[in-house]
Design a protein around this ligand. Sequence first.
Ligand code: FAD
Length: 330
Amino acid sequence: MAEGILVIGEQQQGRLNRLSWEALAAAQQFGERLGQAVVAALVGKAIAAAAEELAGKKVAAVWCVEHDLLARYTLDSYTRALQQLISQLQPRFVFMPHTYQVRDFAPKLAAALRRGLVSDCIGYRLVGDQPIFVRMMFQGKINADVTFTGEAPHFVTFQAGAFRADAVVAADKPAPIQKAEVTLSAELIRTQPEEAFREAKQAVDLSQAEIIVAVGRGIKAQENVTLAGKLADLLGAQLAASRPVCDEGWLPMERQVGSSGQTVAPKLYFALGISGAIQHVVGMKGSRTIVAVNKDANAPIFEVADYGIVGDLFEVVPVLIEELEKAAAD
Ligand code: FAD
């Protein structure tokens, strides 16, 4: 009988991305509630260091699927390799982060095994022993509960920020690292990936920022963005924005936060004149502390804010700047 939860981590040049840790946190919490053991797997080449890092977390084992043909991601090689691993391990659930790579191979993998996939989940609930996965529909306007029917394994991917990477539980002693044997041949691979590159050389990686000051349409005009910039400078923060601000060209697109922008999880997120539309919130709700300034007391941003200031940002922000300048001078 299928048992346990297999978490498939995603590594690049031997480093696991944040979403993989979030998927592991989801699996640990889910496993704890359902009484299912968690095992992790990594696919690639030269992945020993990443495997060791994973083995330091509370997992029953880490499976390494290493092969020359897995050195660079291809849909065919990853699907074939994981299909074999999953057939060997027979987990009840397979959890994955909802990254571009997973979006590429997960449907093919689930279909190859003739199993169901619930993608881009924002959470789960248990009704008795029955897990229900929650996913957004219609651009986040409504949520849907989804249950699996049919045989395991059941495939689930989790949206960025749905779980906290820092909630991953560490192990008392390292988990065993196992090598999975898979058979792959070059003829199976129908695409040839070239060297990875960044489209915009000076692209800002907001996902690494510890503090973010984000502006919304409430900032009203491009010249007012400097006010938020001043606050950001004093806090050592990155500037970010909601979509309309970037659409207007007041800040570059690479600073957009949300479902069609970047997903961020700083320690501190200032939302200035941002209403809190779901497409924005999905990109920043993983922030540890959210401070919102909005003149509308009913703005949805206050539902996710830890601290809310109902007021005009053109009055509030100068006071914050003044206080920070005073503190810096002391
Ligand atoms: P508004 O909704 O116009 O809100 C402005 C807020 O400012 C209001 O709450 C108002 O009360 C407040 N305000 C006004 N003046 C002041 C003042 N002087 N002081 C204080 N507060 C003030 N949006 C994103 O942000 N990121 C995305 O990635 C994204 N992707 C999308 C993808 C799709 C497919 C779709 C359909 C939409 C997407 N959106 C995205 C747009 C999203 O639906 C909202 O329209 C957008 O987030 C609203 O931006 P906003 O809050 O800045 O503007």
